[in-house]
Design a protein around this ligand. Structure first.
Ligand SMILES: Nc1ncnc2c1ncn2[C@@H]1O[C@H](COP(=O)(O)OP(=O)(O)OP(=O)(O)O)[C@@H](O)[C@H]1O
Ligand SMILES: [Mg+2]
Length: 275
């Protein structure tokens, strides 16, 4: 059971082969007193793509938001436990969450460009952070890395919101990259995209993982199997009051998750028996 989460121990191949970027140590999340996500123990490997899969309501987005303290912005959310980002507990009150979010960027399900020009979508964040380098170069470089430069280079003054959905999502990825993050969190980044744009974002993720650690929530199991190195399967269970709560069931190399998962729950989900 090398990859299965026992309460206090996790010996994964990830740990043997890659540096650990996040070490999740018994994290629980409550909304208004309701325990939505049971103690999670998990280590996220560096410069790899980790996919979060599982049925609706099992806590994937909830956990994803823990990695850059986005749950702080939800008034009734409470996070317990320890979550180390490169050896610092990010739930230590001394941590500056604004700085953390620069290092741990987020791309959302619905592309959300600013209602500004394509150029400004990229330049705005770095400028607000006092970026002193050559802005034109940073804009071009970020758009190139997000594989959208050729499509927008002749219309940098056009509104970001006037692009197609797939282009907007790559623009949002470029915007995240321009902040020179260390980690990219992505919550179903392709769910609003057509298959061609989806493949473009997937290809992009495969390129980006050379430099960044990526954690991606997806309902698309083919997507997880195509691009993720590691897959975490979450599920729901009924608590003693009859309420559904989420839990992490299994964390395995993707190939193993989709060919011979360690747990029966993951096997049933993957073979489509529920979800
Ligand atoms: N802002 C919130 N306020 C209250 N409860 C919430 C909030 N966000 C999530 N929850 C609850 O927490 C649980 C986990 O939700 P979460 O959104 O993390 O699930 P998910 O796995 O991302 O689902 P989906 O696949 O549908 O996006 C659910 O029971 C949900 O109702
Ligand atoms: Mg979600």
């Amino acid at each position: 059971m090398a990859y299965y989460h026992s309460k206090n121990r996790l010996d994964t191949k990830a740990e043997q082969h890659n540096n650990v970027v996040f070490d999740v140590e018994g994290v629980k999340v409550y909304y208004d007193g309701f325990l939505a996500l049971l103690d999670v123990y998990l280590k996220i490997p560096e410069k790899q793509i980790t996919a979060f899969i599982g049925p609706s309501g099992c806590g994937k987005s909830t956990l994803l938001r823990c990695f850059n303290r986005m749950n702080d912005l939800i008034p009734k959310a409470k996070v317990e436990g320890r979550l180390y980002y490169r050896d610092r507990n990010i739930y230590d009150p001394k941590i500056n969450s604004v700085k953390l979010r620069r290092q741990v960027g987020m791309v959302f399900q619905r592309p959300n460009p600013f209602p500004k020009s394509i150029y400004e979508n990229i330049a705005f964040g770095p400028r607000a952070n006092g970026y002193k380098g050559n802005m034109d170069e940073l804009v071009e470089d970020s758009l190139r890395r997000a594989a959208i430069w050729d499509e927008v280079k002749d219309k940098l003054k056009a509104k970001g919101t006037a692009l197609s959905g797939g282009q907007q999502q790559r623009l949002c990825i470029a915007r995240a990259i321009a902040m020179k993050p260390d980690v990219l969190l992505m919550d179903e980044p392709c769910s609003a995209l057509d298959p061609i744009s989806t493949r473009q974002v997937e290809e992009l993720c495969l390129e980006l993982k050379e430099q960044y650690t990526i954690i991606m929530v997806t309902h698309n199991m083919q997507q997880a199997s195509r691009i993720a190195d590691w897959t975490a399967f979450f599920n729901t269970e009924i608590d003693e009051h009859g309420k559904r709560r989420g839990k992490l069931v299994e964390f395995s190399p993707t190939e193993q998750m989709f060919s011979s998962p360690t747990t029966k729950e993951a096997e049933e989900y993957i073979s489509g028996r529920f979800g």
